[in-house]
Design a protein around this ligand. Structure first.
Ligand code: PTJ
Length: 259
């Protein structure tokens, strides 16, 4: 890994790149994952590399839906594991602790890849085991209808059984296929114009590593506030309105910068 000085003004961004390049070397990240990251970075730059007010609302809605769900699942790909496996593990632990208190089933984690190879699945399941998450994905026994074989494979105890699925950095096709299976899809995608962003029930337009700890904090907060608030947040959610608010934020920011 290239040594990045912590006082470099772009330290966080450069470290994220290093984690992905390292992930590619380890066989976690698909080659296309680097391009996907570059696209995300560009949108983050335009948004000011900050969690915008509409993103904060989406984070709260996502936390509420993850608490309300009967059988939530997290879908993990190469980029997500390389960038944020510890953050995802922490979120899963806190969510499951709160769900247990509510008498609900635990959320599952599953490695599910777009550019699927068995070698990558094995390495990513192992990478999650290192942060104490027993991720599914090694023995798929179900498929996501409407997708070609390899990228459709999933586990009947995880993604197939889930009513709510958190799929960060997802491809539009698969997000749609999951929605058509009747699932409520929560995504994290810096591109508010993407098909995934428009397809999901809740789109968090924020950077993955920045927003996952915030989802965790909202899970804790909402669990304290209780069922009524959770219901109210879920029922009041309007994804289209929120995506428009993100675009308004971006437009105002660019206008302010150009004047
Ligand atoms: O590991 P695999 O084989 O499952 O493949 C994973 C990738 C990401 C390569 C695959 O799902 C893919 O091609 O995704 P897309 O269609 O490029 O979509 C990824 C989306 O995530 C893009 O819209 C990016 O803008 C966005 N994105 C990239 N990095 C981040 C991000 N959003 C939030 N945080 C990021 N760090």
């Amino acid at each position: 890994m290239t040594e990045i000085p912590p006082d470099h003004p772009r330290y966080a961004s450069l470290m994220a790149r290093e984690r992905l390049v390292e992930g590619l070397r380890k066989g976690w990240v698909a080659e296309a994952g680097l391009t996907a990251h570059g696209r995300g970075e560009a949108f983050d730059y335009l948004l000011g590399e900050t969690t915008t007010p509409p993103a904060q609302e989406a984070i709260r809605a996502a936390a509420a839906l993850l608490l309300k769900a009967e059988r939530p699942a997290f879908s993990l790909n190469g980029n997500v594991v390389a960038l944020a496996r510890q953050e995802m593990a922490d979120l899963l632990r806190v969510l499951n602790r709160e769900r247990l208190k509510l008498g609900k089933l635990e959320a599952k984690a599953e490695v599910c890849l777009f550019h699927r190879t068995e070698a990558r699945i094995d390495k990513l399941v192992l990478a999650m085991a290192e942060v104490e998450v027993p991720a599914l994905g090694r023995n798929p026994d179900a498929t996501i209808p409407g997708l070609n074989h390899a990228r459709a494979l999933c586990d009947s105890r995880g993604i197939e059984a889930a009513d709510v699925i958190l799929v960060p950095l997802e491809d539009g096709d698969r997000a749609l296929a999951l929605r058509e299976m009747g699932k409520q899809v929560i995504t994290i995608d810096l591109n508010s114009l993407s098909r995934t962003a428009k397809t999901a029930h809740i789109t968090i337009v924020d950077e993955l590593t920045r927003c996952v700890p915030k989802i965790k904090e909202e899970v804790k907060e909402l669990a304290k506030e209780g069922d009524k608030t959770i219901e109210k947040v879920v029922d009041g959610w309007d994804n289209e309105k929120n995506l428009k608010a993100v675009i308004d934020f971006l437009t105002s920011r660019l206008k302010a910068l150009s004047s």
